[in-house]
Design a protein around this ligand. Structure first.
Ligand code: NG6
Ligand code: CA
Length: 494
């Protein structure tokens, strides 16, 4: 086996809304995921791997900055025209790789903002992933249900015709009356919204936000998987003889779920199942490429998800009706947007054939920990102001130690946080609906505090708070202390 010092390539494959129970290697039954399962067979399957938040922007903010998201008040689900929320001088996950001499790229979903505000999509974009340590960037700005429905290649919208400029608005009403919307022109829709998503129609799908122009630049939803995959594979081929870091941010299975033609009907679960099958195929293509190039042995491949699963996230795509016995969260409670574990505990697989023995781990690990852990692997010192909540868990991530974090803070939505200590998880009392009336997900809001022992009660059914006053008080105080602090990473670590 190779030594850790051999400096591997690293690919993080980050799915959008895949649940803990969605893939076969975590017990999923409804959707074939042979490639994710293969990755798990050949690598380590973490049973307690967490995103830092139950939605995308905060979770990805942590992945790239090693900071809990609530430290930045702008780290909440962003509009498609929001400015970049990561400071330009931050030491980030890609910048650490860059400091170590790696070639770095992002392909796929971004959702951390672009520009400095009041963005002109027709001009050079001032602030992009290229300013945070990525050498290459081919992204969608926000989500596939938000305008503008275009790819951004480096600092420019891809394939934009200068004579057909793009305009974008996230105002209340439609400033472009000649452009059809889901609200006013539902007869034009091929996919209908169930809640929200009734603004500008692009490719027969009404989105969040208004846009006009840019016809030649518009993406086709059914081609998105291949477009991103091609870019991701090209980057790997191009840099096969160098060291590289690739953040491959897959768009599946986020709404609107529109698979490529070959995957229509691939599962019995309808579009949600089909796009997960498509995602798995994309992963297989990447793994095959690594094999073909002889790179598999010394490439760390990570598969995970930005947040937990949701069935009805705003379109009538029969995800609930066709789900059958498949349980997207597996045994966990809640889902996307939730303070329960279903919001943030996600599939988390790491493969490095050259250095890591296959197996399973119960260590508690967070996406926020990649930054300090890879910095440690690469010997890149972290600045004192960097990665405030990232722990060097290299030994746990490589399966050399069963010990991960003792303590972890996760976020549901709206900055509502949860503290995990050992096997116990504490959810403060919160106002708000217990169940979202749109997504039907249990959000974790309750008028009383909640305390669960996850080692005995993974489904978070038995609230121990009433019988564990002292523990509730201590965890409540500790959560407050962390929220008032500037950092949790000990400085001697990196
Ligand atoms: C919500 C959207 C949802 C999804 C989510 C972001 C509505 C009604 N719902 O506001 O469809 O886009 O934002 O998802 O608009 S995430 O995975 O990027 O966090
Ligand atoms: Ca997501």
């Amino acid at each position: 086996m190779a030594e850790c010092g051999d400096r591997p390539n690293v690919i993080i494959m980050y799915a959008d809304d895949i649940g803990f129970g969605d893939v076969g290697c975590y017990g999923g039954t409804g959707i074939p995921t042979p490639n994710v399962d293969r990755l798990a067979d050949e690598g380590i399957r973490f049973q307690q791997g967490y995103a830092t938040a139950a939605t995308c922007t905060p979770s990805r903010y942590s992945l790239l900055t090693g900071s809990y998201p609530w430290r930045n008040e702008r780290a909440a689900i962003l509009a498609g025209d929001a400015p970049l929320i990561i400071p330009l001088n931050a030491q980030t996950l890609p910048s650490v790789f860059k400091e170590a001499g790696y070639r770095t790229a992002i392909v796929g979903k971004w959702h951390l903002g672009l520009g400095e505000g009041d963005l002109d999509w027709n001009d050079v974009i001032a602030r992009t992933p290229l300013d945070l340590g990525f050498d290459r960037s081919f992204i969608m700005a926000a989500t596939n249900d938000r305008v503008p429905c275009v790819y951004v290649d480096g600092r420019r919208v891809s394939k934009l015709d200068a004579d057909d400029p793009i305009e974008v608005s996230y105002g209340e009403s439609n400033p472009f009356p000649e452009t059809p919307t889901g609200r006013d022109d539902p007869e034009r829709l091929v996919m209908h919204p169930s809640h929200g998503h009734d603004m500008t129609i692009v490719n027969g799908v009404s989105r969040i936000g208004y846009m006009r122009g840019g016809s030649a630049a518009l993406w086709r939803d059914d081609e998105m998987a291949e477009v991103f995959l091609d870019r991701a594979i090209s980057f790997v081929r191009e840099h096969r003889d160098e060291r590289f870091f690739l953040y491959y941010a897959l768009h599946q299975p986020h709404v609107p779920r529109i698979p490529g033609k070959r995957f229509v009907g691939a599962t019995k679960l309808g579009p949600r199942g089909d796009v997960i099958a498509e995602m798995d195929w994309c992963i297989g293509e990447m793994l095959d490429t690594l094999d073909e190039l002889g790179l598999a042995e010394n490439t760390v491949v990570i598969f995970s998800s930005d947040n937990g699963p949701v069935l009805d996230d705003g379109y009538q795509d029969k995800a609930i009706e066709l789900c059958g016995d498949h349980r997207p969260t597996g045994p966990l409670r809640g889902g996307k947007y939730s303070m329960y574990d279903g919001g943030t505990r996600v599939p988390f697989v790491l493969r490095w054939p050259g250095a890591v023995a296959p197996g399973e781990s119960a260590a508690i690990v967070s996406h926020a920990d990649f930054l300090a852990s890879f910095a440690s692997l690469l010997g890149v010192p972290l600045r004192a102001d960097a990665a405030p909540d990232s722990f060097d868990l290299l030994a746990a991530l490589l399966g050399k130690s069963p010990h991960g974090r003792d303590e972890l803070v996760t976020e549901g939505t709206q900055g509502k946080t949860v503290l995990r200590q050992g096997d116990c998880t504490f959810i403060p009392a919160h106002q708000g609906p217990a169940v979202s009336h749109t997504t039907h997900i249990e959000l974790g809001n309750a008028p009383v505090p909640q305390l669960y022992d996850l080692s005995l009660d993974i489904a978070q059914i038995r609230n121990l708070a009433a019988e564990e006053d002292a523990r509730v008080a201590a965890m409540s105080a500790r959560l407050q202390e962390i929220r008032n602090s500037k950092r949790t990473r000990p400085l001697h670590q990196g």
